[in-house]
Design a protein around this ligand. Structure first.
Ligand SMILES: Cc1cc2nc3c(=O)[nH]c(=O)nc-3n(C[C@H](O)[C@H](O)[C@H](O)COP(=O)(O)OP(=O)(O)OC[C@H]3O[C@@H](n4cnc5c(N)ncnc54)[C@H](O)[C@@H]3O)c2cc1C
Length: 419
């Protein structure tokens, strides 16, 4: 990489003058939209890679609520306070954190407009807006319906609502979860949720049942989950695959009913995990394609549709990489270094990225899948033989160790991104 003087044109005095957002700029400015796992990690990595870049992080919420481990919150195993992070440590690094929603992007003029009308010029823009739910894509499921049948797929009030519903359900009740078709945020998430809710029922309301209706025939860590369910929840948890009539075609929030082609299931507690797409700002910026997700270059994460805008995390089409916090963090680092190099007139290197997804089948029963990825044929592809899953026949001590690794991973990634 070139020296800092080359990168910013030597404008140190201008930078030290604590300029306003609209001031004349000498240092290149990178605006990062979204202060979640991807955006927070990207802003920090950029600042570390090239401290004299003008990095601005735009995020509407004062507090971020993390989804990983929110299934433990739903089942009373964890406090939601442990999921929450504010942006003071990031601001203390010297990164400008603007608490606002980005409402428009003018890619030709390289400007972002914020909710209050402020205009932020940028040299490069990084988008990590996460997901939006496609209301109405599942007939009957609109925003109002989610107050009765929570999705809890964005952590916060929805997480707590589902928790309260489970607590209020009488012993002997039926919990129904519907899982969507691919792609969606956190491929193993619905199965971890089903497992931990089954654990809650087994330990608090043992006459109850859980039905997991699926729009797929195959899912992440399937053998490991099914093995765990057979061991831990044999008469409690039932998974219904697409072929067996698991695809939900309509829900009715007034009766808590899930309709499939094979019949209707009525729930005491209904959790709908609905179809999703990239956060709305991606479409507004013109970087989402007809799938609702954002095609990117696998070396730089620059949009294939609009130059100067990079997309990371759940919003991106990242080939074989799943939509996970681990992946968002890994992509953020690769993207941040690529952006710093591009601004310095250099050519980014070919990256290697890692992902590991831990899931809990019970509080002391962890399983994992790991992968290593590289750009090939314009996509991020799996490096054959470099990853793998936990052994199917591991002893319980190993499952307990993996649960500890999962906890340690959450501490490490949240420290890196937010603390
Ligand atoms: C139940 C559950 C369990 C999970 N467990 C795991 C796990 O164990 N391991 C794992 O790796 N992953 C897990 N995940 C997935 C993980 O949460 C996501 O993959 C990760 O959060 C993606 O990061 P992101 O930066 O793309 O989006 P997010 O972390 O959601 O961040 C997006 C941010 O962008 C902001 N934003 C959106 N629009 C705008 C706008 N217009 N202007 C400004 N800001 C905006 C939002 O407010 C938000 O703060 C889980 C997810 C769920 C639902």
């Amino acid at each position: 990489m070139k020296s800092r003087r080359q990168l910013i044109g030597g404008g140190i005095a201008v930078l030290l003058a604590a300029p306003s957002l609209a001031r004349a700029r000498t240092a290149p400015r990178v605006v990062v939209i979204g202060g979640g796992f991807g955006g927070a990690s990207a802003a920090r990595t950029l600042h570390r890679a090239e401290p004299r870049l003008d990095v601005v992080l735009v995020e509407p919420n004062a507090t971020f609520t993390a989804c990983p481990f929110s299934n433990e919150v739903i089942t009373g195993l964890r406090d939601i306070a442990d999921q929450r992070f504010n942006y003071q440590p990031i601001a203390a690094d010297g990164i400008r954190v603007v608490q606002a929603e980005a409402t428009a992007v003018d890619a030709a003029a390289r400007r972002v407009t914020l909710g209050d009308g402020t205009v932020l010029p940028y040299d490069r823009l990084i988008l990590s807006p996460g997901i939006d739910i496609i209301w109405g894509a599942l007939p009957g499921y609109d925003e109002a319906a989610s107050e009765r049948m929570p999705h809890a797929w964005k952590a916060g009030e929805q997480t707590l609502l589902l928790r309260r519903q489970l607590e209020a359900m009488p012993d002997g009740g039926v919990v129904v979860i519907s899982a969507p078709a691919n792609p969606y945020r956190c491929p193993p998430g619905p199965y971890e949720r089903a497992s931990l809710i089954a654990y809650y029922l087994k330990t608090h309301k043992p006459r109850s049942k859980l039905l997991l209706l699926d729009a797929k025939d195959a899912f992440s860590k399937q053998k490991l989950f099914q093995n765990a369910w057979a061991q831990l929840y044999p008469d409690l948890l039932e998974w219904v695959s697409l072929s067996d009539g698991g695809k939900v075609i309509r829900v009715d929030p007034t009766t808590n009913a899930f309709e499939t082609d094979f019949g209707t299931h009525k729930a005491d507690v209904g959790n709908v995990i609905p179809p999703q797409r990239a956060g709305r700002i991606a479409a507004l910026a013109g970087v989402a394609d007809r799938t609702g997700w954002c095609p990117i270059d696998p070396v730089t994460f620059e949009s294939r549709l609009i130059p100067g805008i990079h997309v990371i995390g759940d919003a991106a089409i990242a080939g074989a990489m799943p939509k996970s916090a681990f992946a968002a963090n890994a992509q953020a680092k690769v993207c941040a270094y690529a952006v710093a190099q591009l601004l310095a007139g250099e050519t980014p290197e070919q990256p290697r990225l890692i992902n590991t997804c831990y899931s809990l089948a019970a509080p002391d029963y962890g399983i994992s899948v790991a992968g290593v990825y590289r750009p090939a044929n314009g996509q991020l592809t799996d490096i054959a033989g470099a990853g793998g899953t936990s052994p199917i026949d591991a002893p319980l001590e190993q499952r307990a160790q993996e649960a500890e690794y999962a906890n340690a991973w959450f501490k490490t990634i949240t420290r890196e991104a937010f603390l």
